[in-house]
Design a protein around this ligand. Structure first.
Ligand SMILES: Cc1cc2nc3c(=O)[nH]c(=O)nc-3n(C[C@H](O)[C@H](O)[C@H](O)COP(=O)(O)OP(=O)(O)OC[C@H]3O[C@@H](n4cnc5c(N)ncnc54)[C@H](O)[C@@H]3O)c2cc1C
Length: 484
């Protein structure tokens, strides 16, 4: 049995941000995550947009934390050595109705303190993004894009470097309070902790109930996407959104450049009964093409390399539509717990301010002391493809593994794959390697290099072929021999 001052349940972007923020203090902090890695849930499956904050109701936590998160993003991206670009964003309209809604969004954004909002005409759209259609638009200068995986991983790695312990394959199934400590059962292990922070995303309603807080139901709502090949990337320099339908509770089918040079098309909006249903359907894909083409008529099928789905942890039902504000609370039923429920969009953008709010709520009860040796700096894996030919030659001279390209599509070297395998969180799933160095994220989606990477995982970790897992749970890569 291990004892902690604070246990965080869930290692998505919010749990990882909380882990990093709490690692500034003299505390023993643990993170319990049911999957084999950080960022296996909603945090890996979104648009990767650092929103400005004009979509959210003035006075709401969503509006406040989104605006704060956006304003602070350059600093955190610098500390964590992650790529971030303030692209700006166009919300394009066609009708007088659209114009009214855009003006209302601009007014709402200004109330929230969003800088750099302006209504722009067709010429402006053409100058900024010649391939985007629209009669006029709301331009948001502060919107940006980041890699949601790298952001989450970087915060978790930095928390671990500052002493936080991560426990994977540790699904929390029971929580008991004895008047002083919580006893927690997770993945067959027992833990005790003075505090619990519920960052369980789609499972946050179940954790609330285990804490004795009833009345929350998460309504999972799926959003499906297409990923376009990097060949299409130069066609779209900034995110382009339609005017959202306020009844739907999403931002409409938009086109978003990714920080790595692809384009995302989506997401759709479909309420589900099952929070694990990540299937992508042909009719939704057809709808994405039809809807996306209205504002970006370059959706050629030859560009499509993959689809995926993310699931919104909504507190509003399909009938209610729209958004419920983030729930971030302390409750009498659960002493020494901070309960987070319904952290849907803009949760990625808001994660760092949410982590500060968690600390503030804990400090209402007890004073936390800062450590003298907290180090906010984390370094990313060297990216060979971004270097000049002279720098690449220098890397190869120092380490010949930079001279072997493993992933041809993304130009990822053996040295980068090995750095990903020896990651600070000790994760060895195939997806874990993919998220850490981008191998298998290109046009062929691992068709060429996946088995080579599996071989490197075996060699470096000493595991057997049958122990290699693709991503979650029992997703074994090899289950037996075909011949012999
Ligand atoms: C389609 C879509 C597009 C989006 N686009 C954007 C965007 O562009 N910008 C933006 O700011 N936001 C966006 N969001 C919202 C953002 O992705 C989420 O708000 C954010 O990722 C939520 O993070 P989280 O850590 O709360 O949840 P998650 O990432 O789901 O993490 C929760 C973790 O808890 C774990 N867990 C659950 N139950 C248990 C248990 N019992 N025991 C242990 N672990 C458990 C899960 O495995 C998971 O890893 C989007 C969301 C979706 C779905």
């Amino acid at each position: 049995m291990q004892h902690f001052d604070i246990i965080i349940i869930g290692a998505g972007v919010v749990g990882s941000a909380a882990a990093r923020e709490l690692s500034r203090y003299k505390l023993k902090t643990g993170v319990l995550e049911k999957t084999p890695d950080v960022c296996c849930g909603t945090s890996a499956r979104n648009s990767g947009v650092i929103h400005a904050g004009f979509n959210n109701k003035p006075g709401s936590k969503m509006a406040r934390f989104c605006v704060e998160g956006n304003a602070g993003f350059d600093k955190i991206a610098g500390e964590l050595d992650i790529p971030f670009r303030r692209t700006g964003k166009l919300v394009v309209g066609f009708s007088s109705d659209d114009k009214e809604r855009l003006i209302a969004m601009k007014t709402q954004g200004e109330k929230n303190g969003v800088p750099g909002l302006k209504m722009v005409d067709k010429d402006f759209i053409r100058q900024i993004a010649p391939n985007v259609k629209g009669e006029f638009a709301l331009w948001s200068g502060s919107t940006g894009i980041c890699s949601p995986f790298e952001f989450t991983l970087a915060m978790a790695e930095n928390a671990a470097a500052n002493g936080t312990e991560f426990f994977f394959d540790s699904e929390v199934t029971d929580i008991r309070w004895d008047g002083k400590n919580y006893s927690i059962t997770a993945g067959g292990k027992e833990f005790t902790s003075r505090w619990i922070v519920n960052c369980a995303g789609l499972g946050s309603d179940r954790i609330s109930s285990m804490l004795g807080i009833d009345g929350y139901t998460i309504h999972p709502c799926k959003g499906e996407y297409f990923i376009l090949d990097k060949k299409a990337g130069p066609l779209l320099p900034v995110p382009a959104y339609p005017v959202p339908n306020p009844k739907e509770g999403g931002l409409g089918i938009h086109l978003t450049p990714t920080i790595d040079g692809n384009i995302l098309v989506g997401p759709s909006n479909e309420y589900l009964n099952d929070s694990d249903d990540y299937a992508c359907e042909q009719d939704v894909m057809d709808m994405l093409i039809a809807d996306g083409s209205r504002i970006f008529p370059h959706l050629k099928r030859e560009y499509f390399i993959r689809n995926f789905a993310g699931i919104r942890p909504k507190l509003t039902t399909k009938e209610e539509g729209g958004y419920h504000d983030f729930v971030i609370e302390r409750r009498a039923e659960a002493p020494h717990a901070v309960n987070l429920v319904g952290i849907e969009s803009p949760g990625l953008t808001s994660s760092v301010p949410i982590s500060k709010e968690i600390v503030r709520l804990i400090q209402e009860e007890e004073k936390l002391s800062l450590r003298d040796d907290f180090d906010p700096i984390r370094h990313r894996i060297t990216t060979f493809a971004d270097k000049s030919p002279e720098e690449q030659a220098g890397l190869i001279a120092d380490d010949p593994d930079y001279g072997e390209i493993v992933c041809r599509c993304e130009t990822i070297t053996k040295a980068e794959v090995l750095a990903a395998i020896h990651n600070p969180l000790g994760v060895h799933t195939v997806t874990g390697i993919k998220y850490r160095c981008r191998a298998m994220m290109g046009r062929c989606q691992g068709g060429y290099c996946q088995t080579r990477i599996a071989e490197l995982i075996m060699r470096e970790t000493g595991c057997s072929r049958e122990e290699i897992v693709y991503g979650k749970d029992d997703s074994w890569m090899f289950t037996g021999k075909v011949r012999g």
